[in-house]
Design a protein around this ligand. Structure first.
Ligand SMILES: Cc1ncc(COP(=O)(O)O)c(C=O)c1O
Length: 430
């Protein structure tokens, strides 16, 4: 821990969130999330008791069953505690807290298996995707390929480049059946003008896990930049960015990672940093002792951060990473996925239900999207929410017309059993 950070954290008053929410804190310094979180050791309790203890770390309204982490993931109480204490201490000291970015960057970089120099803090995945789309040197007629299921946060940055500088967008339909099918569909679109391939690591509407490494190898065999929109993958399951073979990767902190709202991460591979021109610059993106004079970018991905930022958000995102480490990243992935597989298997047994999320293990994670022949998807979503208090997500994109369920570390088998009962009731009453 840097000296600056230690000094700042020593000033943090404990128990702020406790005062605001009634939850228990130990008074440990803000960074020590793992020691301040009263979770039992996994080996000491039953599986159900462990996940119930994890669930207790969230403020979620008990009257609502929250199944929309793919939209917005709640932050755990220890993370919110770090946020609140950091923010209040900043107010107390009149401190911008920028020195706290250093350790937070190290923590986040380590969790992705890359170096801190390759990480920029963004406000969300959209901002990271936009930085890549606007920053790569592209000429009119240069082509980008991405999937037709891309979220607007992944597709609009490119449609904007189509408007601004004549970039040509080419779409492939994701293949829910096979890894090679996805690679083949992209390969078929590559031309000498293809400069960028982008994929969603996990597609937003139906949760298809696209084969990033295979697509990355294809891109690099053709000298094409490979960017991943990871809004739905970071925090759902662990992976190293080097293994994904990508040049850049953007994600939201406020979904599966469990960071506070308006957090995000942009990774750019060190060797290719110079190929992405910053779209916004200011304090922290340039070397200040050059002033007045030319702008010289700092030699790291930090050049994509400009101006004063909310240090409490950034520090709490790192705290969220530490919280996931404490719970167990592989364990979280297995838990969310196990619930999703259970849901999908049960849904497939119901007459008139189609599950759109792939059944193949290599193509799926912790999202389950389905539709019913008996009830429109928007009505089904509305009834689940209004009558039964399950917060899922209606999917109208690409006319997929389905309901999406996200299962994460705070969800339990009981949530899924009750959801299935509610779906049966809505269909029976239709
Ligand atoms: C694949 C994908 N990309 C980008 C986004 C946009 O995320 P944000 O609003 O955090 O920028 C989402 C949001 O659901 C998403 O699923």
């Amino acid at each position: 821990m840097s000296l600056d950070r230690r000094r700042f954290l020593q000033g943090l008053g404990a128990g702020t969130l406790a005062a605001l929410t009634g939850c228990k804190t130990t008074g440990a310094p803000a960074a020590a999330v793992s020691t301040s979180t009263p979770l039992p050791a996994y080996a000491d309790v039953s599986d159900a008791a462990y996940w119930s203890a994890v669930r207790d770390q969230y403020l979620l309204d008990p009257a609502l069953t929250y199944l929309n982490t793919g939209g917005l993931g709640p932050a755990a109480k220890p993370v919110l505690d770090v946020y609140t204490r950091t923010m209040l201490e900043q107010q107390r000291q009149g401190a911008h807290g920028h020195e706290l970015f250093h350790d937070a960057r190290e923590t986040v970089a380590e969790s992705f298996g890359v170096t801190a120099d390759e990480i920029a803090f963004a406000r969300n995945a959209t901002e990271g995707n936009s930085t890549i789309a606007a920053g790569l040197k592209l000429a009119p007629g240069d082509e980008v390929i991405f999937e037709s299921h891309a979220h607007p946060g992944g597709s609009f940055p490119w449609y904007n480049q189509a408007n601004v500088r004549g970039v040509v967008v080419k779409l492939f339909e994701p293949d829910p059946e096979s890894v090679e099918g996805n690679v083949a569909r992209i390969r078929a679109l590559i031309t000498p003008r293809t400069k960028v391939i982008q994929i969603s690591h996990v597609t937003a509407p139906t949760g298809i896990v696209l084969p990033a490494a295979e697509i990355g190898r294809l891109a690099h065999a053709h000298g094409i930049w490979f960017h991943i929109d990871g809004a739905q993958s970071a925090g759902m399951f662990p992976f190293g960015l080097r293994e994904l073979e990508c040049d850049s990767y953007a994600t939201s902190g406020h979904k599966w990672m469990g960071g506070p709202h308006e957090t995000g991460v942009l990774f750019i591979r060190k060797e290719r940093l110079h190929e992405v021109m910053p779209s916004e610059t200011g304090s922290y993106s340039g070397i200040l002792d050059q002033l007045p004079g030319d702008l010289q970018y700092v030699p790291t991905a930090q050049r994509h951060e400009a101006g004063t930022r909310n240090a409490a958000s950034v520090v709490s995102l790192a705290a969220a990473v530490e919280f996931h480490h404490q719970v167990g990243r592989e364990r979280i992935a297995a838990h969310g996925r196990e619930l999703a597989v259970f849901l999908a298997d049960e849904l497939r047994r119901m007459p008139g239900i189609t599950v759109l999320t792939p059944a193949r293990p290599e193509l799926r994670g912790s999202i389950t999207s389905f539709r019913s022949d008996h009830v429109r998807y928007d009505e089904l979503f509305g009834r689940l929410m209004g009558d039964h208090h399950f917060r899922c997500r209606p999917v109208s994109e690409q006319h997929l017309d389905c309901v999406r369920v996200s299962t994460h570390l705070f969800n339990t088998a009981d949530d899924c059993v009750r959801l299935l009962d509610a779906i049966r009731t809505v269909i029976r009453q239709a």
